[in-house]
Design a protein around this ligand. Sequence first.
Ligand SMILES: *Cc1c(COP(=O)(O)O)cnc(C)c1O
Length: 383
Amino acid sequence: MPPIKKYLFTPGPTEVPPDVLLEMARPIIHHRTPEFSAELDRVRERLKPLFGTKQEVLVLSASGTGAMEAAVCNLLAPGDEAIFVNGGKFGERWGKLLSAHAMAAREVKVEWGRALDPAQIEAAISRYPRARAVFVQASETSTTAIHPVEELGEITRGRDLLLVVDGITSVGVYEQRMDDWAVDALVSGSQKALMLPPGLGLIALSERAWERARALKTPRYYFDLTRELKAQRDEHTTAYTPAVGLVRGLNKSLELIHNETLPTVFARHRMMAEAVHDGARALGLKLFAVESPAPGVTGILAPEGTDAAKVVRLMRDDLGVGVQAGQDHMRTKLIRIGHMGYVAPFDMLVALSALELALRRHGYEFSAGAAVGAVQRRLASSA
Ligand SMILES: *Cc1c(COP(=O)(O)O)cnc(C)c1O
């Protein structure tokens, strides 16, 4: 019998609040109407504080990767050189996108689980002086580490070098200050901290990135951001038929986020991360991203001799608690617990309790309740 109640603690997709589900269940409206325009305008205004920008945030009907691709093909031309940070699966994706568009992708490799050292970017710039942009993840979901975006902005802001940031698991998770940090493009998606099903990509560009986009004459159509800006800012609609239900759902989820207030949302994410860290340590387990763990997802290294993928499968299929294993060479070694979006600190008791049961069934020995107790102590100390 599959569990009657299921929990989704994966680092995307994440659980969707009932209010948002109800909003999306309402009858469809036409997108060329004042009603939809009002929804879209409100969504785009409500997104700005999450991005930390006064610039326009555009809503695209695509998964997050679509917004990543929009950044690539609106800011660079085939043949252009660009530096990308490859510290995990999503960093690797920047490289693939650049190559797919016939750009010269110059890799800065970061060991999985580590954070980028900004000196690596300084070195890459000296080595590739013709590079026109730097592509990076704020939070590399695959390894659960975060990269120092603010410090990268210090390096790129004085140069003719755009800083393009994948904020898919940082926007709405912890503070993003796109304008202050001199980020030129910030990308996000709907199914992580924004508490929605997959299907929306989001992107904001800086002034100088818009200049670059306007000057570019290379082919693009669906992801032509200059066309999309004109539609969304000036005509209060999207260039093509939008994912209407998701846009309305986003309005509701942003209302929930702003009612909770951003500082409280960010503190909640931090505290859930700390609770999971405490729980892991209480089991004698190590975090994968030691130097700079992400606030939205925690990677725990499975005990020696225990297959992380099997632990994750048992948690999901037998216990109804969805978490995710690592990717590629980390598939059998890493257990990733997502704690972003519609997740509350008490949920971490469920996640760690399930982890304990699954580890025990796989023969790992520890004092029962150790992780749950650690989480509870963390909750008590922050209450
Ligand atoms: C989930 C995720 C993506 C991928 O987005 P899709 O919606 O699957 O296209 C990209 N980057 C990061 C950091 C992510 O966490």
